[in-house]
Design a protein around this ligand. Sequence first.
Ligand SMILES: NC(=O)c1ccc[n+]([C@@H]2O[C@H](COP(=O)([O-])OP(=O)(O)OC[C@H]3O[C@@H](n4cnc5c(N)ncnc54)[C@H](OP(=O)(O)O)[C@@H]3O)[C@@H](O)[C@H]2O)c1
Length: 331
Amino acid sequence: MPRQIILASRPTGWPTAANFALTEADRPDLADGQVRVRNLFMSVDPYMRGRMNDVKSYSPPFRLGEPLEGGAVGTVIESRSPELAAGDLVLHMLGWRDEAVLPAGQARKVPIAKGLSPSVYLGVLGVPTLTAYVGLLDVAAMKPGEVVFVSGAAGAVGSMAGQIAKLKGASRVIGSAGTDDKVRWLREIGFDAAFNYRVGSVLDQLREAAPGGIDVYFDNVGADHLDSALVILNDHGRVAMSGAIAHYNATEPPVGPSNLLLVITKRLTLRGFIIIDHQHRMPDMIADVSVWLRDGTLTHAETIVDGLDHAPDAFIDLLRGANTGKMLVRL
Ligand SMILES: NC(=O)c1ccc[n+]([C@@H]2O[C@H](COP(=O)([O-])OP(=O)(O)OC[C@H]3O[C@@H](n4cnc5c(N)ncnc54)[C@H](OP(=O)(O)O)[C@@H]3O)[C@@H](O)[C@H]2O)c1
């Protein structure tokens, strides 16, 4: 029987293995218009932590006792729709299970690209890179010659944001990450400077890395990172507020930023965005990224965990920073 991961209980603070359960799923006959997909890879993402809380947000909370959901890529193994045929590779939102049954209209056929793993549709050719692209170029409106700081820089979104900034003409790109190995890797993939936020103050390290200040901050972290970026931002600087991972497991209201007055005195713009509002930019992102992948100027990394039974560990490890690049589960 196919298996699935259900939400067994809602986490308080950091999630634990006890919040998840692996169960057997039904194998229903297909209704007209439905397809059955054998999932090959599923994504674990920081936003899923928010959906485990019973609070209203831009996407509804996961339901207790029900399978979790999220991005997945797989092969159609049975179809009762003229839109999709057995053997098609599709992207859809019913991850956290071996097999998904869904209306064909909720699965998007993607090309089976020679030499590329199907996992790219969850990473370098998917939502994380679109988030980086839109956040940097549309939300923060980065211009050539500007200095860019990216937090969470060794992750799926951050590693793309930093590289895209360089490829679009930033004069200097700085990244922060949580280990020395990640910092070394950021330099290898083209960041001009990088620092480990765990070994010293973010403010001091950012000031040293950006002696002339920064013009754009791509914020994946919030907290001390946002506070420090506000200090170092130049007049008319912009912040693309992509995420605030330092807050996701907090049980107390997060502190700060304590210096929002700087937004006025420096005429800064802080703008939040949710990528579902920007899907129309996918073709532009794919066009640019395809060229950069072909000519070797864009590096993408994946951290792959094997087996549906290890998906909860992969998710918890993602929040702890075990990944370099995109965190994925191979099913
Ligand atoms: N706005 C949108 O539509 C949108 C879409 C996708 C993602 N996002 C956001 O983008 C950010 C990155 O997402 P992703 O999918 O690319 O995940 P990711 O960066 O690949 O993985 C999360 C990373 O966050 C870092 N981290 C965890 N706790 C931290 C803390 N307290 N302070 C600093 N860093 C911490 C860890 O790396 P270290 O080892 O460096 O700590 C970890 O590897 C998240 O905030 C996410 O919510 C937003």
